[in-house]
Write a protein that binds this ligand. Sequence first.
Ligand code: AMP
Ligand code: GLY
Length: 428
Amino acid sequence: MKVLVVGGGGREHALAWRLARSPRVQTVFVAPGNAGTAREAGLQNVPITDLAALADFAAAQSVAFTVVGPEGPLAGGIVDRFRERGLRIFGPTAQAAQLESSKDFAKAFMKRHGIPTADYETFTDAALAHRYVDARGAPIVIKADGLAAGKGVVVATTLAQAHEAIDAMLTDNRMGAAGARVVIEEFLSGEEASFIVLSDGRQVLPLATSQDHKRLLDGDAGPNTGGMGAYSPAPVVTPEIHARVLREIIQPTVQGMARDGIVFTGFLYAGLMIDEQGNPRTLEFNCRMGDPETQPIMARVKSDLAEVFELAIDGHLDRAEIAWDRRTALGVVMAAAGYPEDPRRGDVIEGLDADGNGAREDSLVFHAGTADQDNRIVTSGGRVLCVTALGDSLRLAQAGAYQRVQDIRFSGMQYRRDIGHRGLSRKR
Ligand code: AMP
Ligand code: GLY
């Protein structure tokens, strides 16, 4: 069968790579893909991003099903469009995708259904927002309501920062429409984890847990990014917390959406904050897999992933099962000069394997912002590569990934040296 993966980042490279290993899959089209997916056996890039043209392509090629990576096409209604045309696709409708595309929608939903999350208020009026933060004090968190590619959240440690964020979003309109409404919420402390499940609308199948590293610099310092590295599993999610997340957050979300008349199909990603006592609360929902969490998660999948997607699309997730590699996988993101503010393009990447990327026995180099230029691979986006390794322990996976990172060079490259630090510093 042929399948289609929509997107062109590291997440999509990892999904497509794993799908191509399913015995019944002949070709995985990746639209638009990157220089890594262009070189991977079994994958074929398709230079299409327009949603109607993607549906035409899927129909013309008789693809068995489509999986969508990023939130943009989901919020834009790609699932609705494909379904109208009788094309099989895994993802949420635009209406269901509001769990990610509107923070206010997600917060109101959680409040209505008693799903644990930070207290909040929503504002469109700057004066009222300023007054609210003065009354609540710092630390406090200011979030643009709309999609902002990971840049719409300001964790203000001082009142001055909070006021500045409100002015930037509500007064100066620096985030455009996404920031015309803001959610202001209580600061939560604890340890974060990513909890991602597949939903067929009624039943869910959890993926392995993972932990992202959102800040640019070592020690979780510097600006927020899309994610600088991840590992799976996340030891902070103990079996007991895992059960609580399913019972208190995931199942009430899928059931609550259905009760509100919106069937949630696709990936549901709860960004969790787990406090010292082990209480999980939801920081945010995404309606897709995480990037870079997908890279280590896919490195650990041992089952036929195409079969899992088909069961999910057909509403039979109760019959699906995923076997996981028991090892830990850890991915280090190598980002371009200037990321996240203004990533530079066109730097030549050296040290990749002759075929451009490389599955070696225990490590994989997933591409994100890469492109071909004059027979060379160059940077073409903020996050460039995600170097991922498997190991019998978190420490060994970390060592493997950083060893592979040493082979790769490009001008201005940025990467964190401490991916995995929270897991390694846990008391056992
Ligand atoms: P979000 O896009 O909502 O996940 O926010 C991005 C990042 O901001 C999260 O991964 C957290 O590190 C931080 N963050 C968001 N909301 C809160 C909160 N209520 N308390 C503390 N940190 C937060
Ligand atoms: N890595 C976090 C995200 O994809 O939202």
